[in-house]
Design a protein around this ligand. Structure first.
Ligand SMILES: [Zn+2]
Length: 121
């Protein structure tokens, strides 16, 4: 994968996520007054909908922040010249994987292991 291209995409993803996280933070803080986004669930009870939306926003926000951390991290690795290699074993992560997820930090083997470890908790 072309590093310049990867950096461009990462910056773009970073910008999008920052903007979205910013919006979500505002929404979480102000969910009761925000009627725009609750139009979708007209059938659910109002309180239930708001609680649900808040939970969902918080989950999304946590995910975005984790991805932003990863993006920041791999941007640093681009500077170091180690972008695209697994942080565990040093093998190439693979273009296909980086194409789908340019902020990937681990090869598919170690990613699977890490996910197993997380879900074991
Ligand atoms: Zn690995």
């Amino acid at each position: 994968m072309d590093v310049k291209q990867a950096r461009g995409r990462l910056m773009e993803e970073q910008q999008n996520r920052r903007a979205l996280a910013e919006r979500l933070r505002g929404h979480v803080a102000d969910v009761v007054e925000d009627r725009e986004l609750s139009k979708v669930d007209q059938h659910a009870g109002e309180l239930g909908t708001e609680t649900f939306e808040r939970e969902r926003d918080l989950t999304t926000l946590t995910m975005l922040e984790a991805e932003l951390d990863d993006i920041q991290h791999v941007l640093q690795r681009i500077e170091d010249g180690s972008y695209g290699t697994c942080e565990e074993c040093g093998k190439a992560i693979g273009d296909e994987r980086l194409e789908a997820k340019p902020w990937a930090r681990l090869c598919i083997v170690h990613q699977a292991e890490m996910e197993k470890a997380v879900s074991r908790r």
